[in-house]
Design a protein around this ligand. Structure first.
Ligand code: GRG
Length: 273
């Protein structure tokens, strides 16, 4: 992790770690929120800044809400009825440590609390673009977004590269799209910029996911799972990571003050964890 990203991650951790007041069930929520890489909220905040705005409590609350939605999805993805994973982020998953019942409720709570945060911001700043920022986050997380991707992953025969890319678009990219596009709405950006930020989220998300495929293969993790890598092969996957990274960089180059997002993108596609 490069220094500037580490600093931003530490700053974001100050906003979200121990978010909930100490107490039995709240401790489970706090546990579920610990140890993430914080990529999506940092992308939201940095996109907001790239579009000429200073970080403020409006953008911060949206970033916290998005990270809570991401963390709920991980808690539920790890459940025995889904991926049945006992370890994540180098430690026990929420259900393995606290029981399946509490993990389901912790995931539900993080998801619902995220929308409490968003509605609080809408009531403080009742403007169309703040509502649009909440709307894109809900669309990207729901049945036409991440949940759709999870259903495709569980239920569909993933027998072509196209089907896998559609699954990645929804399961992984949609939360990156939520980050960049919500930031554009919050920054009152033009329609062209909002479209650019949508495409940016997609390109970063797909490059991130393809890199994740490579890392899973190297770590012998879920080796039996069908992925883009298992269908397209290593060479084509690396070629595509480069293609989507270049696409993201060409969008970023249209905007000033894009240094941090360029560095983060390069870090994400070169990462080893
Ligand atoms: C249960 C509705 C529902 C959805 C689950 C996000 C997800 C969908 C499943 C997680 C499994 C997975 C490998 C998804 C692909 C996206 C991905 C690599 C997520 C992990 O994101 P990181 O690396 O995680 O940002 P940290 O732990 O750093 O926050």
């Amino acid at each position: 992790m490069f220094k500037l990203y580490e600093d931003k991650k530490n700053n974001f951790d100050k906003l979200i770690v121990n978010y909930f007041t100490k107490g039995k069930f709240n401790d489970i929520l706090n546990y579920s929120l610990e140890e993430g890489k914080r990529i999506r909220p940092i992308i939201l905040l940095e996109t907001f800044k790239m579009l000429g705005r200073k970080e403020d409590s409006l953008a911060e609350n949206f970033a916290i809400a998005l990270e809570m939605i991401h963390n709920y999805s991980l808690v539920h993805d790890d459940l025995p009825s889904m991926d049945n994973d006992n370890y994540r982020r180098g430690r026990e998953t929420t259900h393995y440590k606290f029981g399946e019942d509490m993990a389901i409720l912790a995931g539900d709570s993080l998801l619902n609390f995220a929308y409490e945060l968003i509605f609080n911001q809408i009531s403080l700043h009742p403007k169309k673009n703040v509502i649009n920022a909440g709307k894109i986050i809900s669309e990207c997380s729901g049945i036409n977004g991440m949940i759709k991707g999870q259903i495709i992953d569980i239920k569909n025969d993933l027998d072509s590269k196209e089907k896998i890319i559609d699954m990645y678009l929804n399961k992984t990219c949609k939360l990156f799209i939520a980050a960049t596009t919500a930031a554009a709405y919050l920054a009152d950006a033009s329609e062209d910029t909002i479209n650019d930020m949508y495409d940016l989220g997609f390109s970063i998300g797909i490059a991130f996911q393809l890199q994740d495929d490579l890392l899973d293969e190297e770590q012998d993790d879920k080796i039996d799972k069908i992925t883009y890598l298992s269908l397209a092969g290593r060479e084509k996957t690396i070629e595509d990571i480069k293609h989507y990274t270049d696409k993201a960089i060409s969008i970023l180059n249209k905007y000033d003050d894009n240094d941090f997002l360029q560095s983060l993108l390069n870090y994400l596609v070169d990462r080893t964890v």
